[in-house]
Design a protein around this ligand. Structure first.
Ligand code: F6R
Length: 365
């Protein structure tokens, strides 16, 4: 089943162009200006009445929820809240009466996410699911939802299921945006951007050998920081989680500008940083965060889509990803982080597909 791959995680990383294609199939309107979903079970009038969306999930799925918050607030202008499912179910939060819930779960079996769904339904809210496991409990109990169609994910560390969740979140932001203020032209640009994703992901995967070489040079460190701003902040959290899970290296994700409020104290030649710094509004600010890190002898691996705005000398190692619409940049930035974590873990001799202490689906509290 592994074919030419060494681990399922590696195979699943390389399956992403296909998995992303599958998540989009049949989900754009005929005029290609919006997305469509068969199973949400709300009509346009009901959607118009929603004035807040709450996303719940755990682990990697929670990171996908954070990206959904950025995308939906930006393109659809609907306020979004993100909750850890395990916290939400005991918190008894006051909720807006016109709120809608989304629960996100690759397996569709995570007990905390399932109980969050039940708690929201008990209070009378409508709950939609974004799930991969076909026929899973969350898919059956929710009031509607979206299947990811990522195919089985066997590696314990989630890869292709995460990027499909990001894609579906982006497509939801387009769908909801087009019911509000997003123009036909802006919608078409987003559709084109989503359709280009499988090809762009393949281009990044073509750099796997280069990323492996960088990973192996950093594999001896015991601490890492992952930094990013705006929609790159959840991707930084995900990069740190991937590295922790499979290589047992201590890693933390932060919004880049938070460094000076504490974490900069960790910087030394022993603690490298992976900085997500694509083109965009905050690039210049992130470049100065990088300079501050390097002034304290911290090595920096930068992941950027910016051309000459990101000079070759600005970081110790640079991984260049294609420049694309901002609605798909979180997906593109994720790929190098998966490969970095994977190759660092392999270099350290870790059991990548079955990391210690972890189970693929967490069905106990
Ligand atoms: C990370 C990972 C976990 C899961 C989390 C939620 O690589 O695998 O953090 O993302 O346990 O699992 P699902 O999405 O199945 O609810």
């Amino acid at each position: 089943e592994l074919g030419s791959f060494t681990h399922f995680m590696e195979k699943e990383i390389f399956e992403q162009p296909q998995a992303l294609e599958n998540a989009m199939r049949g989900r754009f309107s005929d005029d290609e200006s919006t997305a469509k979903f068969g199973g949400l079970n709300l009509d346009a009038r009901e959607w118009r009445q929603i004035d807040r969306i709450v996303f719940c999930g755990c682990g990697t799925a929670w990171h996908a929820c954070l990206v959904a918050e950025y995308l939906i607030e930006r393109y659809a202008r609907i306020p979004v809240e993100v909750e850890y499912a395990s916290e939400f179910r005991y918190r008894n939060a006051p909720l807006d009466k016109n709120a809608l819930f989304f629960v996100v779960s690759q397996s569709g079996e995570t007990i905390d996410t399932l109980e969050a769904l039940r708690e929201a339904q008990r209070k009378g809210f409508r709950v939609l699911g974004i799930t991969n496991g076909v026929g899973a409990t969350i898919a059956r109990e929710s009031d509607g939802g979206v299947y990811q169609h990522s195919g089985p994910e066997i590696g314990v560390a989630s890869t292709k299921a995460f990027t499909a969740q990001l894609l579906i979140s982006g497509m939801l932001s387009l769908y909801l945006g087009r019911m509000r203020d997003l123009s036909f032209g802006d919608g078409r640009e987003m559709v084109q951007a989503f359709k280009s994703v499988p090809g762009l992901v393949s281009q990044i995967l073509d750099q796997a050998d280069k990323i492996k070489a960088i990973a192996e040079r950093y594999a001896d460190h015991q601490d890492f920081l992952f930094l990013g701003r705006q929609s790159m902040f959840p991707i930084a959290l995900e990069g740190a989680l991937k590295l922790k899970e499979i290589s047992y290296i201590h890693a933390e994700g932060y919004p880049a500008a938070e460094m000076k409020h504490g974490p900069i104290a960790l910087i030394s030649e022993q603690c490298p940083s992976v900085v997500l710094s694509p083109h965009g509004d905050t690039l210049q600010k992130v470049l100065s965060n990088i300079a501050e890190t390097r002034a304290r002898k911290g090595r920096v691996i930068a992941i950027t889509s910016a051309g000459k705005d990101f000079p070759e000398t600005a970081a110790d190692d640079i991984i260049r990803i294609p420049s694309a619409h901002s609605c798909v940049m979180p997906i593109l930035a994720t790929i190098p982080l998966q490969l970095l974590a994977y190759h660092i873990a392999c270099k350290r001799g870790c059991d990548v597909d079955k990391p210690r202490n972890l189970a693929k689906s967490v069905t106990v509290e």
